[in-house]
Write a protein that binds this ligand. Structure first.
Ligand code: HEM
Length: 416
């Protein structure tokens, strides 16, 4: 807040409004005062939408969330915020309203990262010579798992062209992982998800600010927009602009980070880590001079028709650095907490670009809490995601009348 006040003094309200508007435009792809923005604010999730669809939000009331909301682990530096659960409940209502207003039943998409470049099959192979401090859960010397990877754009607008600046997503689901999960994947209990984006940092560090930010995005009120840089702070605002302007040439040639921490191991030796996937192959693709609307899908399809794409899987141990697990805005600098490789995720040579694979991909659900206790997500943003992802995945499946796919997708070509 101190940073926010400094920002207000030095920049003035007009500049703040400009900055807020820019952030809103970057996130939604539309100017905040457009009919799109105001229309979103008029719909409620509990009242029937123009389509007649209703969603029972009482399942996500503050009281009900208290029963399933994760507890904080002080041993690893977690601390539950005062109004955290209430903010998570409000956020679910805001995002649910937006999904219901934006999509007709039968066509509902994810609220974040709705545009997929493709879902691809892969194999995760952990190294054989791992030291004990790099192991836990699925990360075991020599262990191998079949995997599914969904690459996406971050923007809530699924129709945005790939050339628009954006943060990109990489969601990994490992199969063949037995054991109780913190939240069971409704399609397959024996899975472990690892979710990453193309940035090592986030721009928001609480459910309350995420809710305020998206209420401003949906509501389009000038006062709400001018306030955005105040609660994001200087660092959060700069991260937001940087993240949302990112352009890439090929999702397979991009590095991804977990951004927020998770646990490795259980009991007294449990520790806080972050993870990352880094391409091992060539990274020399260039953005075409006249890029097609979906050129990232085309680049991936072309690359995977020619060769498999290996990526290193890395973990960053917090160890005794004292870095925060609750604040997801500052980076964990590699100079203090270096990344160390633990295995290779090889994306198979394949033809994934089919309507069947895309339908499978739409119905899938990735959730950081589809997880063994040994990989428990940490920090306020992670705790919020526990309930938000469940609610939004449930909403889009109800709107579409679809179920969660079980297992890996059927082979559409002989190259899997
Ligand atoms: C409070 C903070 C956050 C909220 C409220 C949020 C919300 C969401 C929602 C609602 C979805 C769609 C879920 C579904 O329908 O299946 C989603 C997907 C996604 N989120 Fe987040 N998110 C947050 C933070 C993050 C962070 C820190 C990351 C960084 C790794 C991230 C990466 C992703 C990715 C990559 C997807 C797409 C997963 C897929 O391919 O299905 N999110 N997010």
């Amino acid at each position: 807040m101190k940073l926010g006040r400094t920002l207000m003094k030095s920049l003035g309200p007009a500049v703040l409004l400009g900055a807020g508007t820019l952030l809103v435009e970057q996130v939604t792809g539309v100017p905040p005062l457009s009919p799109h923005g105001t229309a979103m604010a008029q719909t409620t999730a509990q009242a029937p939408a123009p389509s007649g669809f209703t969603f029972d939000l009482s399942r996500y009331s503050e009281e009900r969330l208290e029963a399933i909301y994760p507890e904080a682990d002080p041993f690893l530096g977690e601390a539950l915020g005062e109004d955290e659960i209430e903010a998570a409940s409000r956020l679910i209502a805001t995002l649910a309203e937006k999904v219901i207003a934006d999509f007709a039943p039968g066509e509902a998409r994810r609220d974040a990262h709705p545009k997929a470049h493709g879902c691809v099959t892969a194999t995760m192979q952990f190294d054989t010579d791992l030291p004990a401090e790099l192991t836990g859960g699925v990360i075991q010397p020599g262990a191998e798992h079949e995997a599914l990877v969904r690459f996406s754009n971050g923007s809530p607008d699924p129709t945005a062209p790939d050339i628009a600046g954006d943060t990109r997503g990489m969601a990994v689901k490992l199969f063949g992982v037995p054991g109780d999960k913190l939240y069971t994947d409704l399609g397959g209990p024996d899975t472990q998800d690892f979710i990453m984006i193309s940035s090592p940092v986030f721009f928001i560090n609480s459910a309350k600010n995420y809710a305020r930010f998206f209420e401003a995005v949906n509501g389009g009120k000038i006062s709400q927009m001018a306030a955005i840089p105040l609660y994001l702070g200087v660092r959060g605002s700069l991260h937001a602009v940087k993240m949302l302007r990112q352009k890439i040439a090929n999702p397979l040639e991009t590095r991804y980070w977990s951004v927020v921490p998770s646990q490795l191991g259980t009991g007294e030796t449990r520790q806080a880590i972050k993870f990352s996937a880094r391409p091992l192959g060539p990274t020399d693709s260039r953005i075409p001079r006249d890029p097609a609307h979906d050129f990232l899908r085309q680049a991936m399809a072309q690359s995977l028709s020619e060769a498999p794409y290996p990526m290193e899987f890395l973990i960053q141990r917090r160890a005794d650095t004292g870095l925060s697990v609750e604040d997801s805005v500052p980076e964990w600098p590699e100079s203090r907490a270096p990344f160390q490789r633990v295995g290779t995720l090889t994306i198979h040579q394949q033809d994934f670009n089919t309507p069947e694979r895309d339908a499978y991909c739409e119905n899938q659900s990735f959730n950081p809490w589809h997880s063994l206790p040994e990989h428990r997500p940490l920090g306020m943003i992670s705790r919020t995601r526990r309930v938000v992802y469940e609610a939004i995945a449930e909403l889009r499946h109800q709107m579409n009348g679809t179920s969660y796919p079980t297992g890996l997708p059927a082979a559409e070509s002989g190259t899997q």
